[in-house]
Write a new protein. Structure first.
Length: 80
């Protein structure tokens, strides 16, 4: 099984939750436009002042997506 990477975009401030939720829509649009075989995206609210959006990709595609989309950070994705 290939390793998967979770690319993460962090948002802070009082509008962080709505911004992260909206950013996920842009990630889904990018996936559709580029015809990528990705289906794991989402957003998570950490606190009132911190939320993040994410997309999961295979490690082999990570560098291309990282350079194109400029996430703030990444981590190894483990399926739940």
């Amino acid at each position: 099984m290939t390793r998967k990477i979770k690319l993460i975009w962090d948002f802070s401030g009082p509008a962080a939750a709505k911004t992260a939720e909206h950013h996920e829509k842009h990630l889904k649009e990018y996936i559709a436009i580029e015809e990528l075989d990705l289906n794991i995206t989402g957003f998570q609210h950490v606190s009132d002042m911190h939320s993040f959006a994410f997309m999961v990709t295979e490690e082999s595609s990570m560098v291309i997506l990282r350079d194109a989309l400029k996430p703030h950070r990444g981590e190894v994705y483990e399926e739940q």
